[in-house]
Ligand binder design. Sequence first.
Ligand code: GAR
Length: 212
Amino acid sequence: MLKILVLVSGGGTNLQAILDAVDDGTVTNAEVAAVISNNKNAYALTRARDHGVDAQCISPKDFPDRETFNEKFLEAVDAIAPDIIVLAGFLVVIPAEMIARYRNRIINIHPSLIPAFCGTGYYGLKVHEAALARGVKVVGATVHFVDEGTDTGPIILQKAVEVQEGDTPEILQRRVMEQAEWKILPRAIDLIANGRVAVEENKVKIKEEEQR
Ligand code: GAR
């Protein structure tokens, strides 16, 4: 059974998609063991607690400097001893030590088709604002492993979504969530939980499902 730690900062709709997928059997061999938010007001914390999942807040604001925060953050994560860490709208930079310790065991959902509209400064609504400003016709979402760069790790799954006439950043964000994020994030977790994801030379290989 894959033990999942989900890191969140905001509304937690991706967390909800994971919880629902575990409940309805779309994701097998996995359980959400704990949730950590850097924001004590994140609605994601309420979603976790309503679901009976252990949830805590660890904020950089509560520590004198980033180094101390990183230490405490890593301690809290190690105490949970997760098999994988899922960044579901988590907006804090992951400490290098954590990336090294959990190499190819941290995954992130990003609301674009990487390598478009990703990297420093591209998060949340800003991604959709940039896509509309550029006039692209297709957007989407990506699940990838986290490495030392920003949105540079091996790509696990991507899904495209069409831009429509009259889209606002908010409308587009919602469509990308509904049609892509809430599907590919649970799917990626299911693939990992069932031993079907391998990383070779910085690329992800999805193994065939074994015949039962
Ligand atoms: C999601 O759209 C997620 O892809 C994005 O933040 C949103 C969180 O929503 N993440 C990033 O932009 C990371 N670079 P949620 O709290 O409702 O899941």
